[in-house]
Design a protein. Structure first.
Length: 70
């Protein structure tokens, strides 16, 4: 869930960066800010937490491996 929210926030930042000179201008959204915000959201939110969640999900037995099923 957190990885999904991080992906949405990261892509909104990318869209704002792409249109930063349109009305209203977002001159403060430059490369150092994008590195801090967009890069951190991608690396930590999507990368680390997404892989951790995926690892936890793989450890849970699915319906095909649950006891009592043939």
């Amino acid at each position: 869930m957190v990885a999904g929210v991080s992906l949405i926030v990261s892509m909104v930042l990318a869209a704002l960066y792409g249109s930063r000179f349109q009305a209203p201008p977002l001159a403060w959204l430059d490369i150092p800010w994008m590195l801090a915000l967009h890069g951190s959201a991608n690396a930590l939110g999507i990368g680390v937490l997404g892989l951790w969640g995926w690892t936890l999900a793989e450890d849970q037995p699915g319906p095909e491996t649950a006891e009592g099923t043939a």
